[in-house]
Design a protein around this ligand. Structure first.
Ligand SMILES: Cc1cc2nc3c(=O)[nH]c(=O)nc-3n(C[C@H](O)[C@H](O)[C@H](O)COP(=O)(O)O)c2cc1C
Length: 260
């Protein structure tokens, strides 16, 4: 099939998923267009793709699931039997039902999954886990995933015959929120509003960026990473607890799982 464009639809609060999806995209011989759904939009954009577009969906795994904030954009998502690949990054614990959930959600909206992968990376909450991953050898595996997708796109006339199987269980595991809600150190905050503008879930007040709505906060820590004044922080004790808990269940040397 003569392909049109590569569309990258992703959610990446701390930038790792973006890095991973871009590496795969670099190896696909199509002009790419990005749909970065990390910045909160009250009015969701219409995401409609053609039969001959190729779409890569990229997500970080949250609690073994697809982040619900990303799925909020799916009401206006539509494919036309459009071929798609799925890329999930996770912090060296597990990705559990995330790929199955993502596959089901995109296929319900008119996409045909022709490849998927789960990639262990640095944990965005406890960065010592999987520190600095994706490393050189991870990037090679990710690039190779892109190369194989590219080959598939060039070789196949139709994608109807593909039946990619990914692990996971339905009903999906219950998502239990990570209770790590960033706060503002008022002595450092200059009220520049950058955190409010960039928050993926609209949890920080733009009128008063010192205020966070914990009910909306998804604990992605984008505001903590992005604050130039280092005014956003999470409680040190809670972070230590998370570190202790996660260090026990994460394995720094996990390998990528590729489904092609
Ligand atoms: C709220 C939250 C929940 C997470 N849940 C998981 C998980 O269930 N399994 C896992 O291995 N990593 C988990 N992680 C780590 C992220 O999946 C991982 O660091 C991801 O690459 C972050 O992507 P980003 O840099 O694009 O935001 C979680 C991170 C956050 C912030």
């Amino acid at each position: 099939m003569k392909m049109n464009e590569l569309k990258l639809v992703y959610f990446s609060p701390t930038g790792t998923t973006r890095k991973v999806i871009m590496e795969a995209a670099r190896n696909i011989d199509l002009k790419s267009v990005s749909f970065d759904l990390t910045v909160h939009k009250e009015k969701k954009p219409v995401l409609q793709f053609k039969k001959n577009d190729f779409v890569i969906f990229g997500i970080p795994v949250y609690g073994g699931r697809v982040p619900q904030t990303f799925l909020e954009y799916f009401d206006t998502l539509k494919g036309d039997n459009t071929p798609a690949a799925l890329m999930a990054t996770y912090g060296c614990r597990e990705y559990e039902d995330a790929l199955l959930e993502l596959k089901t959600e995109v296929e319900n909206r008119g996409f045909k999954v022709i490849g998927a992968g789960a990639f262990p990376v640095e944990h965005s909450i406890v960065r010592s886990i999987g520190l600095s991953r994706p490393n050189k050898s991870d990037m090679k595996i990710i690039a190779d995933f892109g190369i194989q997708l590219n080959r598939r796109l060039k070789q196949e006339e139709s994608f109807d015959g593909f039946n990619i199987q990914v692990p996971g269980n339905s009903p999906y595991r219950k998502y239990s929120r990570t209770p790590l809600y960033p706060k503002t150190d008022v002595s450092r905050c200059t009220e520049c509003g950058a955190c409010a503008k960039s928050c993926p879930s609209g949890a920080i007040s733009s009128a008063d960026p010192k205020k966070t709505n914990n009910k909306k906060c998804i604990s992605c820590l984008k505001c903590v990473r992005g604050c130039k004044q280092k005014a956003r922080y999470v409680n040190k004790f809670k972070l230590k607890m998370a570190q202790r808990k996660l260090t026990k269940v994460c394995q720094n040397d996990k390998a990528a799982d590729i489904f092609l």
